[in-house]
Design a binder for this molecule. Structure first.
Ligand SMILES: C=C1C[C@]23C[C@@]1(O)CC[C@H]2[C@@]12CC[C@H](O)[C@@](C)(C(=O)O1)[C@H]2[C@@H]3C(=O)O
Ligand code: AKG
Ligand code: FE2
Length: 343
């Protein structure tokens, strides 16, 4: 990875809409997926944080380790070989540049279509059958877990039928993707704040949910509802689930998409693998009828996933992408009643 120039580094410190804090946050909700109460815990976590950690997820460690080892092997290749799998359009290998609108970070990555991993990565997979097989095995396992999580969310919110969310991501035509991120160690700090350099700038994920697994290196931070940034304690044996923008719309604001970012570590590499569960392109994204209280109005104008994606790809990472789909003159706090929720 090439060392970033000073103007590029200066850009990092301009993104700071939340108040900074230090230290690892002990309050991340943890859900044991084998717990009979899991759906209520997931529901509460998604309302309060838009984020939770999942243990007892049932995904074999071997499936995770196999893909992670191949990802590490890939990121260790000479730059010219990695560049041959890029540039990302949006799929493929990317280095420092995130998205098409000038965002940069201390990161290199491989962005893959979940059902067509070879799309966008050129001939990269032709000679790497084992890598492709590892991606397929990982995606199949994480997708099955995603379906189960979305059904637990539907149960928790009293959504009917209970596959109203999970059906969106089941099909081969769902627009889901897998991202393998590598953040090399970075001893440099931000000039004004002294904070570690930004690996991946603040943003919300546009999809329904994102399922994240990382090695044991710190760096992921989430923004709490009061605007405080907190550091998520890493745990390589667990998964972290993010609520995405589309789920915020479908729950009419009951679940909030979580703002998050990644800071680099001065001495350790971070490797993360994220499955972004999205619907098919033509899916209409709107508040689900069964989630609404009598007389409740939808907070967003209806749009298709294709429309949302198109507008997302015109935006910068930190932009508030749902803003242009919000209906004006609807009171700002979301409805509080959630069926089956724990108190
Ligand atoms: C700056 C951008 C990168 C991104 C597309 C976008 O224009 C705005 C959303 C970004 C994001 C964030 C979550 C995922 O990492 C991602 C793949 C996605 O679906 O939306 C990225 C996009 C990307 O890196 O292409
Ligand atoms: O790499 C990580 O831990 C998170 C990255 C992220 O938020 C993303 O790729 O959308
Ligand atoms: Fe993200």
């Amino acid at each position: 990875m090439v060392v970033l120039s000073r103007p590029a580094l200066d850009h990092f410190s301009s993104i700071k809409t939340c108040k900074p804090t230090a230290g690892l946050f002990a309050g991340i909700p943890v859900v044991d997926f084998a717990d009979p109460n899991a759906k209520a815990l997931i529901t509460r976590a998604c309302q309060e944080f838009g984020f939770f950690k999942m243990v007892n997820h049932g995904i074999p460690l071997a499936t995770i380790n196999r893909l992670e080892s191949l990802a590490i092997e890939f990121f260790s290749l000479p730059q010219s070989q990695k560049d041959a799998a890029g540039p990302p359009d949006p799929f493929g290998y990317g280095n420092k540049r995130i998205g098409p609108n000038g965002d940069i970070g201390w990161i290199e990555y491989l962005l893959l279509h979940s059902h067509k991993p070879a799309a966008g990565a050129g001939a990269f997979f032709d000679s790497r059958r084992n890598f492709r097989a590892a991606v397929e095995e990982y995606v199949a396992a994480v997708k099955a877990m995603t379906v189960a999580v979305l059904e637990a969310m539907a149960d928790g919110l009293g959504i009917e039928p209970r596959n109203a969310l999970s059906r969106l991501v089941r099909g081969e035509d769902s627009d889901s993707c897998l991202r393998l991120n590598h953040y090399p160690p970075c001893p440099e700090v931000q000039p004004l704040t002294g904070q570690n350099l930004i690996g991946f700038g603040e943003h919300t994920d546009p999809q329904i949910i994102s399922v994240l697994r990382s090695n044991n290196t710190t760096g992921l931070q989430i923004c709490l509802r009061d605007g405080t940034w907190v550091s998520v304690p890493p745990d390589h044996s667990s998964f972290f689930i993010n609520v995405g923008d589309a789920l915020q719309v479908m729950t009419n604001g009951r679940f909030r998409s979580v703002k998050h970012r990644v800071l680099t570590d001065p001495t350790k590499s971070r490797v993360s693998m994220i499955y972004f569960a999205g619907p098919r392109m033509s899916e209409r994204i709107a508040a689900l009828g069964s989630v609404m209280e009598a007389g409740e109005e939808s907070r967003y104008v209806e749009f298709t996933w294709a429309e949302y994606k198109k507008s997302a790809y015109k935006s910068r990472l930190a932009d508030y992408r749902l803003g242009q789909f919000e209906k004006k003159n609807i009171e700002s706090s979301p409805p509080s009643r959630v069926p089956n929720s724990v108190s």
